[in-house]
Design a protein around this ligand. Structure first.
Ligand code: AMP
Ligand code: ZN
Length: 673
């Protein structure tokens, strides 16, 4: 439908659309009460995009369509803050708070009230508005000079590009990555064979320093605003009023704050928040206590580094010290050799910890971790324990730097450092650790989904030389299987059925299973959809690969290199001869028709033990369910893993059916039988 529109009427409609889209964003992000559905929003957004395409002169920097720029920057410019961003002094217990209170009361004559806020564990950012327009987003830097990250700041949807009032000021706050976005990002990175981020804070920092705003835009960053350079245009006499005026201007503020008169009241707030900390959808590392009155803040003043009128109470760190006895080096599916510290077990954040990933060689060198060192291990929330530092005073005298392997701990071949990578890799395609991990990946739920074929079975098959590569799986016979430990006729039959069934999988499962470098399930699906069958994909040129939206140079090169190998071509032929399906069968397999999941809206929350989130999402979607991100009246079922938080609470409030992971497993198995 391409009606011709005049420039004048387009102008009117464009203004109207922008106003509506901004209003809906405000309802969504600030009031947390959207009045239209996501798809209605998308429709309006597309209409605006269409009009702007038709009339490019109408495009302005503050249009909601202009959040993500397409220019990759070469570096970050330095910028001077209008007023410095201060640091905060710390308190670690109630005594510290009492002496803070005494100091404050000496510096002012009037009675004091405090405002307590959550200390968000992210990065402080400063947003400069001129005449109501966002003109600059900057990092804190050293407090005086920061870096210009405007391109990335603009991609954060809850930050208004245009304020309803023409004020000029710098609004400050904390940028962070919500826990859920962090877990999802790491799952995706893991599937793509990339290094994972140690915590949401690092992930947020990495995202804000992306040179390509398109990448930053995908990272689901969020922000809470809590201070400003001046009070210009803000009509505020206190911290409390400041937060209110921010909210009125369309900024997100954190509502978990409390006005208190005494340290006792503050202490109760701290205790309440400490107990609920794990359920918050973002990480916090303390509570910030600020004198509420802005006039009093000025009266009390600043040290060189920090305001005298505020203090940060820091939660006790979830840290412990222990001794490293051994460093284990293991070879993963992609050949990456990763070190793990084996330590005396210690209690940390309620769990017993004896292993911690050391991630890579660089990290070992940086932190100079040695055998028999006493180390500090840290565990935050759902995150894997990490060795943060060595207690040097306790280092044994005869200690020597840890030996970094030069040869594969499994096959003995020389290890390599690929260009641009911190990882150490075994690139011997015949390395049994690689092959075994590769096989385990091939049969996994997310790939060819051969239920009943697990790591232990693969190990045995491999040791007995019954299989060498994935194609061999399809040649296995009943006799072969019966030679294995603990495999009886009945289970052997099940295994053979699972292998046979996998032959009818749609192509993207095969592609995922092959474990081509950088090709996770998402890329596999794109490739399968685009090329339709393996032959076409194998003959694709680089240009043809690069046409695919969402698929970059790295993946394209990796696919080309992979299929150019003779051994790979042979293996593909073997798979084909064995009757493995090589075509894309579409998203919804025919068996879905009578699936009990058909049309059900499901929400996943908490940490799952048996699946990764994307994996489970895939499984349920294949059965016809719709998996969404938030609980609403339309939700039919919530699957709650460990430490489920606000979504679970919401489900209970709306009386929506909730299943544990166990219940889900039973239901899935029941349906398969
Ligand atoms: P620190 O980095 O430990 O010196 O603590 C100071 C930092 O806490 C500030 O630079 C902010 O980035 C951060 N912060 C987080 N939440 C708040 C808040 N509500 N008020 C003030 N600062 C905060
Ligand atoms: Zn090896």
């Amino acid at each position: 439908m391409t009606e011709s529109v005049s420039l004048d009427s387009a102008k009117v409609r464009v203004a109207e659309l922008r106003q509506q889209l901004n209003q809906y964003s405000y309802e969504y992000y600030i009031k947390d009460a959207p009045s239209i559905t996501d798809s209605e929003y998308d429709q309006l957004y597309r209409e605006l995009e269409q009009l702007e395409k038709q009339f490019p002169t109408l495009i302005t920097q503050v249009s909601p369509t202009q959040r993500v720029g397409d220019k990759v920057s070469e570096g970050f410019q330095k910028v001077t803050h209008q007023v410095p961003l201060y640091s905060l002094s710390n308190a670690f217990n109630k005594e510290d708070l009492l002496s803070f209170d005494q100091r404050v009361r000496k510096l002012t004559q009037e009675p004091v009230q405090y405002m307590c806020e959550l200390k968000i564990d992210g990065l402080s950012v400063s947003l400069r508005y001129e005449e109501g327009r966002l003109v600059l987003g900057a990092t804190r830097g050293d407090g005086t000079i920061g870096e210009d990250i405007t391109q990335n700041i603009r991609t954060i949807k809850s930050i208004p590009l245009q304020l309803p009032k023409a004020i000029s000021n710098e609004i400050r706050g904390e940028c962070y990555m919500p826990k859920e976005a962090f877990l999802k990002l790491n799952e995706e990175r893991e599937a793509e064979g990339l290094d994972v981020f140690a915590n949401p804070r690092n992930a947020a920092a990495g995202s804000l320093r992306q040179l390509d705003p398109k990448v930053a835009a995908k990272r689901n960053l969020a922000v809470f605003l809590y201070s400003s350079a001046t009070t210009e245009g803000l009509e505020a006499n206190s911290q409390e009023e400041l937060l209110k005026s921010f909210k009125k201007l369309g900024f997100v503020t954190n509502s978990l704050c409390r006005k208190c008169d005494t340290i006792d009241e503050i202490w109760s707030f701290i205790e309440e928040i400490s107990q609920n900390r794990a359920n918050l959808p973002y990480d916090i590392d303390g509570i910030v206590i600020k004198v509420n009155s802005l006039a009093q803040q000025q009266e009390i003043g600043y040290t060189v580094k920090a305001p005298r009128w505020a203090i940060a109470y820091k939660f006790p760190a979830e840290e412990a010290t222990t001794i490293v006895h051994e460093v284990e080096w293991t070879v993963g599916r992609t050949g990456v050799v990763t070190p793990t510290a084996i330590m005396d077990s210690v209690q940390l954040a309620g769990t017993s910890v004896s292993r911690a990933s050391l991630h890579n060689v660089d990290l070992i060198k940086q932190r100079d971790i040695r055998l028999n060192d006493t180390v500090v291990v840290h565990k935050a929330g759902d995150i894997i324990p990490e060795v943060t530092r060595v207690v040097l005073e306790k280092r044994p005298q005869d200690s020597t730097p840890l030996e970094i392997p030069t040869h594969c701990p499994n096959c003995g071949e020389k290890l390599v450092h690929l260009e641009d990578e911190v990882a150490l890799r075994c690139i011997n395609p015949k390395c049994s650790a690689l092959l075994k991990e590769g096989l385990a990946h091939f049969v996994s739920r997310n790939a060819m989904n051969m239920s009943g074929v697990g790591v232990r079975l693969i190990d045995q098959l491999f040791e007995k030389e019954l299989i060498h590569d994935v194609a061999d799986l399809y040649q296995l016979t009943m006799e072969d299987l019966l030679t294995l430990d603990k495999v009886k006729e009945k289970s052997a039959e099940k295994i053979l059925t699972a292998i046979t069934n996998s032959k009818t999988n749609s192509l993207e499962r095969l592609l995922t299973g092959l474990g081509i470098h950088h090709v996770g399930s998402k890329a596999a699906k794109l490739l399968a959809q685009t090329f339709g069958d393996l032959d076409h994909l194998m003959h694709a040129t680089k240009e043809e690969l690069l046409v695919i939206d969402g698929l970059g140079e790295t993946i394209a090169d990796s696919v080309l290199t992979y299929f150019a190998m003779d051994s790979v071509q042979e293996m593909m032929q073997e798979l084909k001869n064995a009757g493995v399906n090589m075509t894309y069968l579409g998203v919804v397999p025919t068996t879905v028709i009578d699936s009990p999941w058909l049309g059900k809206t499901v929400v996943l929350t908490g940490s799952l033990e048996h699946f990764s989130r994307p994996e489970l999402k895939n499984i349920l979607e294949e059965k016809g369910a719709k998996v969404t991100g938030s609980v609403s009246k339309k939700t039919d079922l919530v699957i709650a893993g460990k430490a489920a938080g606000s979504k679970l609470a919401k489900a209970e409030q709306l009386a929506i059916e909730v299943w544990s992971e166990e219940q889900l497993l039973q239901a899935l198995e029941g349906a398969e039988r």
